[in-house]
Ligand binder design. Structure first.
Ligand SMILES: Cc1cc2nc3c(=O)[nH]c(=O)nc-3n(C[C@H](O)[C@H](O)[C@H](O)COP(=O)(O)O)c2cc1C
Length: 451
């Protein structure tokens, strides 16, 4: 008899309503006309909840981004805070994770928004801490994006301040004592008096401590300062990895950072993205993959690839590889660029292959096959310590998503690698994460106080 695995994967789903694969919305079965509606995200979140996924996840950008180039992946068409607010009312158990940029918000607002969502959802919310990889500076009074180092420096302080604000109330501050007429033990509320390089915040927060103590913190940085932030403060890390050895090295790297910061590395969940193109059989999956690839606009694809690598590929033959010398300088010092360089220079992929790959996976791993084959590959990474689970990127909506949730997830469940029921009350508990303790009230409990 096959032995059962002793730990299970964490699975979340990227809420890309037009499909993860660029142009996949051209599929006649897509729901492109519904984009912007609550119905569409409600259906997606409920489907993910029926599959028992831990959470759905909204990325975000703060500028018009690639929309003018007809690329609507990774844009802010659904603003995360409002979308999560709406989804709280139509889901029950699934976690709801949203990106919010530390480059262009204020910690006090962010602390309130996530505390509010966490309270309204009964502890189901997560914050994906991003520094705005995709730009947006000009919308916030700046001429250019600050350097990655400057963005991460600000991000670290931002996260510190938000955490301090969440902890500015003890868990037992509110007593709502009708007899004495006392609503809160006001000594449980302390000002944070923060004064740093980027923010000055007196505090305290004007809201109760969130049910989870802190909403679950996600982060997705792959540069050295990004890994430092993630390893130090995040509960879970999203990452784009296409090679198992590199994924393992990355996971070990952030776990080491966590350990050096005095954390238990098991409290940091590493979740690479994966794009599973699955169907009942391997040949049907290949067929679906070909069909989806057929929607990719190759001319627009050249421009998108050019924008991603930071130089034009307009003059190159579709069947040749990008010459190595064009990859002389990494323009934004960003880690995703390294993936493109490796594909072109080390793996000699052609321009056409890179266009398809960029449209399909954007640096994440693509797995095409039967549910058994795709599950095998995910389990291989999981068992090798390259990850603690995955962020599932639905290749297209609804077909690619439905196959992923209805064929692949049950395969993982049957093999004991994924939960068949929700356990625990909060997203933190369901992900096996500790609850931050916060401060304790230094005064004796009131008579008749249970806590
Ligand atoms: C799954 C995933 C989702 C991401 N979502 C966002 C996002 O919504 N908004 C954003 O500005 N950046 C997002 N990023 C980018 C990261 O925040 C980060 O900037 C990127 O991974 C590059 O890391 P680095 O700047 O540390 O090199 C995402 C990255 C990954 C892997």
């Amino acid at each position: 008899m096959a032995t059962r695995p002793d730990r299970r994967m964490i699975l979340t789903m990227f809420m890309l309503t037009t499909g993860f694969q660029i142009d996949s919305w051209r599929d006649p079965r897509s729901r492109i006309e519904d984009v912007g509606s609550l119905d569409l995200i409600a259906d997606m979140a409920r489907a993910a909840e029926a599959a028992k996924l831990h959470a759905v996840f909204f990325g975000d950008g703060v500028d018009v981004g690639t929309i003018r180039d007809n690329n609507i992946r990774n844009t802010g068409l659904y603003e995360p805070i409002s979308s999560i607010g709406a989804l709280i009312g139509v889901t029950d158990k699934i976690g709801l994770v949203g990106s919010l940029s530390t480059s262009f918000f204020e910690p006090y607002n962010a602390a309130r928004q996530f505390a509010g969502l966490d309270r309204l959802s009964g502890g189901r919310v997560g914050w994906n801490i991003v520094t705005s990889l995709f730009g947006g500076a000009q919308n916030f009074g700046l001429d250019a994006m600050p350097s990655p180092e400057a963005r991460y420096d600000k991000a670290a302080e931002f996260v510190d301040v938000v955490g301090a604000l969440w902890d500015s109330w003890t868990d037992d501050t509110v007593i709502a004592d009708r007899v004495s007429g006392q609503w809160a033990r006001t000594e449980g509320i302390v000002d944070i008096d923060h004064s740093g390089a980027h923010f000055r915040v007196a505090g305290a927060l004007n809201m109760m401590r969130p049910p989870q103590g802190h909403p679950v913190l996600f982060q997705a940085g792959q540069s050295a300062p990004g890994m430092r932030l993630g390893g130090t403060v995040a509960d879970a890390i999203y990452t784009a990895q296409s090679d198992k050895r590199a994924a393992r090295a990355y996971a070990d790297g952030v776990r080491e950072i966590a350990a050096a910061a005095g954390r238990d590395p098991h409290d940091l969940k590493v979740l690479p993205g994966v794009v599973p193109i699955v169907a009942e059989t391997a040949s049907e999956a290949e067929e679906l993959s070909r069909e989806l690839a057929g929607y990719i606009d190759l001319d627009a694809g050249r421009r998108r690839l050019g924008a991603a690598v930071g130089f034009s590929v307009a003059d190159l033959d579709a069947d040749e590889a990008i010459p190595a010398e064009r990859f002389a300088v990494n323009p934004g010092n960003n880690s995703r660029w390294e993936t493109w360089r490796r594909m072109a220079v080390d793996e000699k992929r052609t321009v056409r292959e890179m266009i398809v790959d960029f449209a399909r996976a954007g640096g994440h791993r693509i797995l095409i096959g039967s549910p058994g084959e795709v599950a095998d590959s995910m389990i291989d990474w999981f068992e090798d310590g390259a990850c603690d689970g995955f962020n599932l990127d639905p290749p297209s909506i609804p077909v690619g998503m439905r196959n992923m949730l209805d064929l692949l997830v049950p395969e993982l469940q049957e093999r004991g690698y994924f939960q068949t029921e929700y356990s625990g009350d909060t997203l933190r508990e369901r992900m096996g994460l500790p609850r931050p303790t916060g401060r304790r009230l230094q005064v004796p409990a009131l008579a008749g106080d249970a806590g």
